[in-house]
Design a protein around this ligand. Sequence first.
Ligand SMILES: C[S@@+](CC[C@H](N)C(=O)[O-])C[C@H]1O[C@@H](n2cnc3c(N)ncnc32)[C@H](O)[C@@H]1O
Ligand code: SF4
Ligand code: SF4
Length: 352
Amino acid sequence: MNGRKKVNGITSFFLPYIKGKLTRKNIPIWSYFFTNQSCNYKCGYCFVKDNAVSMSFNTAVKSLNWLRSIGCRVVAIMGGEPLLLGERMVKIIAYSTQKNMYTYLPTNGKLLTEDLIDELALAGVGVVDLAVDTVRKNSFGLDKTLECIQEQFQMLREKSKKFGFKIKLNTVITTKNMSEVKELVEIGKKNNVSVSLHIIERPLIPYPNFVTQEDSLYFSEQEDYKKLDKLCDWIIDRKRQRYTIINPTDYFRIVKQRLKNNGTGSQDDWKCPAGKYTLGINEEGKLFYCLSLLSADLGHFNMENNGFEINDEAVKKQLADCTKKCLSCCNFNTYHFTSKPGSFIKDYCGIF
Ligand SMILES: C[S@@+](CC[C@H](N)C(=O)[O-])C[C@H]1O[C@@H](n2cnc3c(N)ncnc32)[C@H](O)[C@@H]1O
Ligand code: SF4
Ligand code: SF4
């Protein structure tokens, strides 16, 4: 095993949670760290608008210092494609590690080379979250295929054994890849790699430059709702068989509720932890609640007031409204694990 500095994932998630409970303060358990919005791919569902703005290293340092000062220890990088930042991304990860913050790097994997994987590993990356939506090449606007990054997947597996970072697969479920989702879950199991699954969603407050490139990927037909319902049953069954699918079973139960009445079924209440246990920082160092609400007006929510409380009644109402329609996997998982911490240990200990 290499002697790189390693940050422990489990304590990074748990310490802020426990400290928050003891001090009765909101301490974010993790943060979306939006470094850039450009990408080398064009997935037909992507909510990120392609532009050239990216986070400077100085802004990254200032933001990481602030996050650490309020007790947050998990940095989930977000893009665009983070690896387009090259050496700057390696430096951002190294700085986070130096601050004892656990890093989570989502990527489409295409730009990974052996040297870059070594650099990321030595910088202390915690998890490389490899996004793949299909096994084989296709013509549906699903660019992230395993076939395109076989070599990178293989390298990552070898290097993760050498350096001790984790790999996860991440798949968006759309109308066009439901059968391949099953294959990807089986591939994860065979390779001892955990998998997270997201249902395709549109931003709940559309923002000016949001363009849906491929409408047919979204669920709107009765036939597709039925297929998705069956897929949820299949996934719940695999979870029973202890496959490392990191979404809690309740996530798929809620999806099934939503699928009723042509996709308008009412779902059980869940309390979105955005702005409480999670928050986002964009390329300019500004705070936001969640990726589906990028255009929400945050008013008082900024680093300067050093606060991390949602006091604004309008925002509270917004959260209560959007939770009824939202299937955000990241915030749902956070809600689930903060309300049932024991299930975090059961589902996540092998992953972080
Ligand atoms: C925006 S990408 C950025 C990192 C990297 N390029 C990637 O594809 O993973 C992060 C993740 O957001 C999720 N995502 C993007 N658009 C989505 C949508 N319309 N619905 C659900 N999830 C989406 C996907 O899981 C994607 O992997
Ligand atoms: S690879 Fe990621 S950022 Fe790029 S288009 Fe696809 S989902 Fe969006
Ligand atoms: S419920 Fe939470 S994750 Fe979903 S849109 Fe609202 S703030 Fe975002």
